[in-house]
Design a protein around this ligand. Structure first.
Ligand code: GDP
Ligand code: MN
Length: 387
């Protein structure tokens, strides 16, 4: 789960990490109060709050010298969508704008904390090349990327922090500030079960002090059950609507680019089904695991979810009845199809617990369903039908 920059900065403040004072605009009538509540003597930076970086490049971060410029920025963005290199072509809605006090920048650095699967730890990455695409820096000038591993207490030893500060040419005061920022971020990362914390850019201000100019936080969703204060920070408008709806219904769903909708029980079988579709030159429209205890209701919800994707030209249902009963699944499929007018072809493979009963329910339904017994045949068939 992602947080907005302004929410991330609220956590930064709690952990004594230096961020700019800011105020939030949700409707144009908020502008006056927002300007009054910050030091606007040198103007401010207006920032679109959407779950994406790369805002600066498309005008979503702008230095505003006057109230008029703020009004123009709000007019330009609020209620619109922002498309960046990190979003898809549809972009993300802009419902919030943050006004920040202006920071005078000397240099932009990069800092992040990530779950490092290769090293089996959390790693900190810092670079003197901040403010830009870090993947590009890593590719073109890998020597500019410095890395340190956090130990199992989420700490980095003082002497290692000092060595990094040295490489970044910090003076002694900056080194102290750097150390505080590193340890504060590490503690925040641990306390809040984050999977990513990124400050790009971490800046050296013209007065020499370090400052977190941007803030990105990803939270490990599996830990949300013990992070109650984070729960109400979720912004569904920033998530794929189908993926969000799926989560609400306890279904694992991931949108993909293809045209064959997949409904499968079990993540492994779902992966296998997608592979088999690909083997026959088809393209799955989604990953969907209705779960090992798929009920009629959940199948019905899953069905609606798949059909709400305009790209879907056919559906492959692949259910193995271990705990679930295929006859119940079959009834769920029929109910869902009857609830909406489905025009795309549907291939169904039911195997296992009560599969024969399931198949006859489907056959007797009078609906245009194609039954197949093997996954290969079923996949081949649906690929043929969508062509
Ligand atoms: P992003 O493009 O979505 O990553 O948004 P950022 O918050 O990183 O802002 C993009 C860029 O805007 C930064 O790299 C800075 O160069 C610039 N910027 C943001 N805030 C300020 C500020 O307070 N003062 C100045 N001078 N530049 C800023
Ligand atoms: Mn940034």
């Amino acid at each position: 789960m992602n947080l907005h920059e302004y929410q991330a900065k609220e956590y930064f403040e709690t952990y004594d990490l230096p961020v700019s004072r800011r105020s939030i605009i949700k409707k144009s009538s908020d502008i006056d109060e927002a300007i009054e509540s910050i030091d606007f003597s040198n103007g401010c930076v207006a920032k679109v709050q959407s779950h994406t970086g790369g805002r600066g490049k498309v005008g979503g971060v702008k230095l505003c010298k006057s109230k008029l410029e703020v009004e123009e920025f709000v007019e330009q963005w609020l209620g619109k969508k922002i498309v960046t290199i990190q979003t898809d072509s549809g972009g993300l809605p802009v419902n919030i704008i943050s006004l920040e006090e202006l920071t005078n920048i000397d240099k932009e650095l990069y800092m992040s904390f990530v779950v490092d699967r290769g090293e089996k730890c959390v790693s900190m990455i810092v670079s003197e090349a901040g403010g830009m695409n870090i993947e590009e820096v890593a590719e073109k000038t890998p020597e500019k990327i410095l890395k340190a591993k956090l130990n199992s207490d989420y700490l980095i030893e003082e002497k290692e922090i000092k060595a990094l500060a040295n490489s970044l040419n910090f003076d002694s005061e900056q080194t102290d500030q750097f150390s505080k920022i590193v340890l504060g971020c590490a503690k925040l990362f641990k306390d809040k079960d984050l999977s990513l914390l990124e400050i790009n850019p971490l800046v050296i201000k013209t007065d020499g002090n370090l400052h977190c100019l941007d803030a990105k936080i990803n939270v490990d969703e599996n830990a949300l059950y013990r992070q109650e204060d984070l729960l109400d920070k979720r912004d569904p408008t920033q998530e794929d609507q189908r993926e969000y709806e799926a989560k609400e219904n306890d279904l694992s769903y991931v949108s993909l680019d293809g045209n064959i909708g997949c409904m499968v029980n079990g993540a492994g079988l779902a992966m296998g089904t997608m592979d088999t579709i690909k083997l026959y030159d088809g393209e799955p429209a989604n990953f969907l695991d209705v779960g090992g205890t798929a009920t009629k209701e959940r199948v019905s919800k899953a069905f609606k979810l798949i059909l709400s994707d305009q790209n879907v030209k056919g559906i492959l249902i692949n259910i193995f009845g271990g705990i679930v009963r295929c006859d119940l699944i079959a009834q769920g499929i029929i109910d869902a199809i009857r609830e909406r007018s489905v025009s795309v072809p549907i291939v169904v493979r039911l195997q296992g617990n009560k599969s024969e009963e399931g198949k006859s329910i489907l056959n007797d339904s009078g609906l245009n369903l194609i039954g197949e017994d093997s996954l290969q045949e079923a996949s081949k068939k649906i690929v043929e039908l969508v062509k």
